[in-house]
Structure formats: structure tokens, C-alpha cells
Design a binder for this molecule. Structure first.
Ligand SMILES: Cc1cc2nc3c(=O)[nH]c(=O)nc-3n(C[C@H](O)[C@H](O)[C@H](O)COP(=O)(O)OP(=O)(O)OC[C@H]3O[C@@H](n4cnc5c(N)ncnc54)[C@H](O)[C@@H]3O)c2cc1C
Length: 447
């Protein structure tokens, strides 16, 4: 079905597609295929479905919950050769892309046209992987997550049938919303082969600020007050002192080692942004802020947000014998200060270094633990902390996974989070994939 140079059972290729960036154990597929078009994907799925062979989509393998690990082996479809930007409809603020396009490459192309695709997860992720995980990023607080940008999808179903869903209209109320069924489905309902994405104009002006606080809780309270005031930040990121220390060490930014908020505002004029930042400063003062540096120029802003984006990679680099677990809860914004206090307490209790940061404006908090690889005792303790924090977030009306998806790691919380709806999710899975060949063992346990 495919040219021999796009099919591999070679050990190194199987290894490269056996593991994402999480602590979940590696599992090799039996073969890796690099498809080049939808017809090939359809033929492969027809064959796999008939022969009950598992098929797992692969973008860049940067997931953090084991989402693309082929736990039942079978075939991995690597989309790196389906990486074309097919069309940019500048006047309609849309682009048609193949799933293997890396979102930074897309934004580089769009920049020259005064447009951009806002969701920005920290890693070099593909559009297919972002849609499958419904990824978010630092700008989600203002611009939304990947689900808000998908207008049309072409999907190959488990039986090889190719369907198109969605329209080019910016709104519709026509029928069931299949697009948002596929978004966040982690490749368990179908394989995406093309997407039409909504785009946004680059802001005329932007302004960034950095603010320090006496405690992480005080920073969390300021986040709540900023959101409540309707001042609409374009990014609002929280970083605990350990994260700042690491950033200083790696990138020599000379930041104050304190609980810190990085924020950014977008708007039509510099004057309007200056007024907004004055109000933000007042709010922060009310929570006891220390340093408030605003009006940062583009270079300084780029350095700050580059450091923020690279934070997870810095943590990994600084703990060479460890594996990483990212706890990724999101709660209603009123509960943000409380979940922060809880996470700090849990982290201190277990005595294993934990890095606290998050897309604070979305009520999304990360706690990264670096556990010694293979140390069962340590991982048991980390697992318990994860269990406690997620249960607390669920009790607060939050979610077990703000942006990393369910994969393998969050399966055990699905029942507590979804109750009876989980049964309906399973029925949907059975309807689309009756033989259970699509990314088995993700979202739900293997049958
Ligand atoms: C350092 C670091 C920072 C990160 N920061 C963030 C962040 O801020 N926000 C965030 O949301 N995430 C973040 N992530 C997680 C990760 O980057 C995202 O989940 C991303 O969307 C994964 O994209 P990918 O291309 O690597 O997909 P993969 O990991 O390869 O796959 C993800 C899922 O998509 C499925 N898939 C891939 N292609 C297709 C297709 N064509 N059709 C159907 N299914 C498919 C896979 O089977 C898998 O289930 C971070 C990861 C790292 C390592």
C-alpha cells in the first residue's frame, strides 16, 4: 500500500515511536508508516480494521499523558510527511493544513500576512496532535484553546471511510457538532487528515509586565482579582520561586526570585494598554505585590515568554536521572487561590522537588514532579500526591486534565469526573470504532 521507504519495522524507528515525553513506560509498535495522503490512510485503516490491527496516530510525540504510546503495538501512523500548509485564505482569516504541520512553522508563515493561530503549547507540536489533545497555551486566557479554532475537519474513520465535517462559516447551528467530538478524542474515534483553522489578526500593540508577590497564594489571589475586573489579559502565567531560580540559572535573566506573574495585554493603542496596566498594578498592590515592571519592550517580552515556554524542558534537563510527571488540574477561577495552597501543602508533605507554575488566567495549575526513574517507592508517593490533588480539583468542580488530555495517566479519574456520561462516551467510541483498533487503551482501559 505504501512505498517501502515509508514503512519501517527497524528497531530505531520502533523505539522512536514507543514513548512520548511522560513517565509512562515505552511500548513499541510493530510497524511505523509515514502516509502522504488521505487515500493511503484510508487503505491502511480498511486493512487494519479487517485484520484487527491497532492503529495509533503520531504527531511529534510531545504528549505528557502517554497519549500516543502504542500500548497494544500494531501500526503507528507518523504524520510528519503530511505537513503541507495547503491554503491560506487571508481575507477569510482561515488556513487549510495537513495534520503534520508544526504550529510554529504555521505561525512563521502567517506572520508575514499579519495573522496568527493563537493556541501555543510549549513544545514543537503538530496541528494534528494539538487537535487530538485539544491543546492550549499561554494565550488561551484571551484567545481560547485549539477547539475554538477548528472550522472543518477531514477524518478517516476506523473502517476507512472518509468524512468531512464542519463548514467555512464562522458560526453554524446545523446538527450535531462532530468537530468537537473529534477535537480532544486523542485519535480514538478517527484519524484526521486535513483541518481548516480559524486565524486571528496580529494585535496592533502589546505590552508585557512582570510582577512579584510575597507568596504564591497572594499571586493566585491577584490572578482572581485581575480576571474578575474584566481587564482581559492575553497571557497570565504564574511561576513559583523554584521556577524563577531555574530560569535565571539557564537563561541569565536576573529575575527576582519570588512568586511571579508574567502577563501580557493586547490592544489597539499604547495609551489604552498603559491605562489597563495602571489598573492591574493597583490590583496587584492590593495583594501586596513587590516589584511591578511594565511596558517591557519586545525583546525583553520575547525573552520572558521564551523562558516560560522552555520551562518544562529546563526542568527535565536539570534532573537527568528522573522522569517527569506533570499534574495538570484546572479549577473555577474562584478556587484558584485554594488549589494553589493545597498543591503547595501536598508538595511539601512528600518532600520530592515539585515545580509549581501554570496558565493562571485559565485556572490551570501544573505541579511538575521529577521522580527517580525506576524508584518504585518514590513513584508511589508521587502517584498518591497526584491522586490527592486531582481529587481536590474535582471536588472544587474542576477537571483532572486542563490541557494534556487523558491518555493513560488520567484514565483512572474519568469515572469520578464524568459519572454516567462516561458510559455514553464509551458508546460513542463503540459506534465509531466497533473493533477497538484506534489508539486502544487511551481515555478508556483496553477492552
Ligand atoms: C515541554 C512541553 C511543554 C508542553 N506545554 C504544553 C502546553 O502549554 N499546553 C498544552 O496543551 N500541552 C503542552 N504540552 C503537551 C503537548 O505538546 C501537546 O499535548 C501537543 O498537542 C501534542 O502534540 P504532538 O504533535 O506532539 O502530538 P502527539 O503527542 O504525537 O500525539 C497526541 C495525540 O494525538 C493523536 N494524533 C496525532 N496525530 C493525529 C491525527 N492526525 N489524527 C488523529 N489523532 C492524532 C495521537 O495518537 C495522540 O493521542 C507540552 C509538552 C512538552 C513536552
Amino acid at each position: 500500500m505504501v512505498a517501502p521507504d515509508r514503512f519501517s519495522t527497524g528497531e530505531s524507528n520502533l523505539d522512536l515511536h514507543s514513548k512520548d515525553q511522560s513517565q509512562h513506560p515505552a511500548c513499541r509498535p510493530e510497524a511505523v508508516i509515514w502516509p502522504v495522503d488521505r487515500v493511503e490512510v484510508s487503505e491502511i485503516l480498511k486493512y487494519a480494521n479487517k485484520n484487527l490491527i491497532p492503529v495509533t496516530g503520531w504527531g511529534a510525540g510531545t504528549s505528557l499523558e502517554g497519549n500516543p504510546i502504542p500500548v497494544k503495538a500494531g501500526i503507528v501512523l507518523d504524520f510528519s510527511q503530511m505537513n503541507k500548509i495547503l491554503d491560506i485564505k487571508e481575507e477569510d482569516f482561515q488556513t487549510d493544513v495537513e495534520p503534520g504541520v508544526i504550529y510554529q512553522d504555521l505561525n512563521e508563515k502567517l506572520r508575514h500576512k499579519g495573522l496568527f493561530f493563537p493556541p501555543d503549547p510549549g513544545a514543537q507540536a503538530t496541528i494534528g496532535g494539538m487537535i487530538a489533545n485539544n491543546a492550549s497555551g499561554t494565550r488561551t486566557v484571551h484567545y481560547g484553546s485549539t477547539k475554538d479554532y477548528v472550522l472543518r475537519l477531514s477524518v478517516v474513520l476506523a473502517n476507512g471511510e472518509i468524512i468531512e465535517t464542519g463548514t467555512r462559516a464562522s458560526k453554524t447551528s446545523s446538527g450535531y457538532d462532530l468537530i468537537h467530538l473529534f477535537v480532544g478524542s486523542e485519535g480514538t474515534l478517527g484519524i484526521m487528515v486535513e483541518a481548516t483553522l480559524r486565524l486571528v489578526g496580529l494585535p496592533a500593540e502589546f505590552s508585557a509586565a512582570i510582577v512579584t508577590f510575597p507568596s504564591v497564594e497572594a499571586a493566585g489571589k491577584a490572578v482572581y482579582e485581575i480576571i474578575r475586573s474584566g481587564l482581559d489579559p492575553a497571557a497570565l502565567e504564574l511561576l513559583a520561586p523554584d521556577c524563577i531560580k531555574l530560569i535565571n540559572q539557564e537563561q541569565d535573566l536576573g529575575l527576582n526570585v519570588s512568586p511571579t506573574l508574567f502577563m501580557e495585554y493586547h490592544g489597539p493603542t499604547k495609551n489604552q494598554l498603559a491605562e489597563v496596566l495602571e489598573m492591574v498594578q493597583e490590583i496587584c498592590k492590593g495583594e501586596g505585590s513587590g516589584e511591578f515592571r511594565s511596558g517591557l519592550g519586545r525583546t525583553e517580552r520575547d525573552h520572558l515568554f521564551k523562558a516560560r515556554h522552555e520551562l518544562a524542558e529546563m526542568i527535565i534537563r536539570n534532573h537527568p536521572d528522573c522522569s517527569l510527571m506533570v499534574i495538570d488540574v484546572a479549577v473555577p477561577i474562584t478556587a484558584y487561590p485554594e488549589i494553589i495552597a493545597f498543591v503547595i501543602e501536598e508538595s511539601e508533605k512528600i518532600g520530592i522537588p515539585g515545580y509549581i507554575f501554570g496558565h493562571a488566567g485559565d485556572g490551570n495549575l501544573h505541579l511538575v514532579f521529577m521522580g527517580k526513574t525506576g524508584d518504585e517507592r518514590e513513584w508511589k508517593v508521587i502517584d498518591q500526591a497526584n491522586q490527592h490533588i486531582v481529587s481536590k480539583a474535582l471536588d472544587m468542580g474542576g477537571t483532572a486534565t486542563g490541557e494534556h488530555g487523558v491518555g493513560i495517566g488520567k484514565r483512572k479519574f474519568m469515572d469520578a469526573e464524568h459519572g454516567k456520561s462516561l458510559e455514553w462516551m464509551k458508546r460513542i467510541k463503540d459506534l465509531f470504532d466497533p473493533n477497538g483498533i484506534l489508539n486502544p487503551g487511551k481515555i478508556f482501559p483496553c477492552k
